[in-house]
Design a protein around this ligand. Sequence first.
Ligand code: FES
Length: 508
Amino acid sequence: MGSLQETNPSVWVATTPASSYRPLPGPLDTDAVVVGAGIVGLTAAILLQQRGRRVVVVEAGRVASGTTGYTTAKLSALHGLIYDELAQAYGDAVALKYADANLAGIAQVAELVDHYDIACDLQTRPAFTYTCDPEMVDTVRAEVAAARRISLPVSFTTDTDLPFPVDGAIRLDDQAQFHPRKYCLGLAAAVAGGDGSVYERTRALSVDEDDHGRCRVVTDRGTVTADHVIEATQLPFSDKGGFFARTYPVRSYVLGVRVAGAPPQGMYLAAGSPSRSVRSAPVEGGELVLVGGEGHKVGQDDDTARRYRALEDWARGHFSVEAVDYRWSAQDYMPVDRLPFVGPLAPGSPRVLVATGFQKWGMSNGSAAAIMLVDRITGVDNPWAEVFDSNRLNVRQSVSDVVKENADVVKRFIGDRLRTATDRSVDELALGHAAVLTIGTERVAAYRDDAGTVHAVSPVCTHLGCTVTWNTAELTWDCPCHGSRFDCDGHVVQGPAVRDLAPRDEAG
Ligand code: FES
């Protein structure tokens, strides 16, 4: 969701043209509506089209303007440390299906790139999970053993092309990296060039399903009726399934830096803390090193700008950095039981389908999710569907985490409402600063921009009513409960909220 972000555009956004699909012109009827033009939505749309379905894609912002445009864009089945944990929690069979789904997701990307001849810098690369902590080596070895048990061809090594020594690493060959926005623009063109349609600047507001097997997606530009709906909006916005309570939002940060010498060619993720991600990215005139990390729960850091400083310090301590060309951040949803949710929105909504909780691995998980959803719509058995079942109840592992995450949300909901800055007035806001103030009898989220103009909106998130907090790095109001984000004038940048923050009079 959202428009192309201008405060800190990613290298993917900055190096591609703004797409210009027109908004939905009015009411339409079709076979399937896909809400969201990121990797899940567009992959599902093109696969549905290949299976003879008429598809309409509606996107609130622009193609790949959400997290797909702000990822590190690794296509890998090596997800840090996950297989030992999955195997211990659910058994090797579940770990195997998770790996198989992600490998199939990667293969799906390669197939679509080839079929539609999409120039998106797809490069085969080895993936590594490494540690520089001797005490983590046994954990890394355990992950190697778990992955090998399910036939994932990993190896233990201390040999990497990072410019610093590591104490141990897991290596998985034949993974890939790419330019996600070029890829999505190629998919969108293929959808629009076939029997499908892509509409941008069209915000879906509600979805319902009648008793006769028809669905209605109401947007701010008209209503689309269809046999099936896919909510590919990262977190479903019509959340009858309560996914906001089974996931939690995390923001993380990326720098695109130029370094002296050749960048590492592997794709890396550090095990343990601090978590750091490294990969190269081809750009005009050379290659960047993308350095990522500093993840934290959305809306729960008073000084997000320091995250960029921490990443830059780390980059300069480990590489010969010549320049920092890009900085951006992304938002991901973490499932409380370590498995994404893919399938019906709720038990009583079999035709409205969702995919969420990709735990920062949305390129491979998202592509796999699209395959699963399209299989479901077209009546094809899918071997991974049960493991990713959106309505599963893995209470064994997750109930305490669900309780913990929701207790955290309740704390934010109540505590933030009580906490107000009654002793400050708008006049005291310095240039470039923001705060939630009490003006008269009203609470106001106020931001004074660098030109001195005050932007005042309601601090009450339009999703479920938590109080937003200011994000100093991206200049947005972020909701600590389920991750909705709004610009300084209250416009929705990111769901699950679909309505803007109400404007407020700065004078009260
Ligand atoms: Fe749910 Fe704000 S995102 S209350």
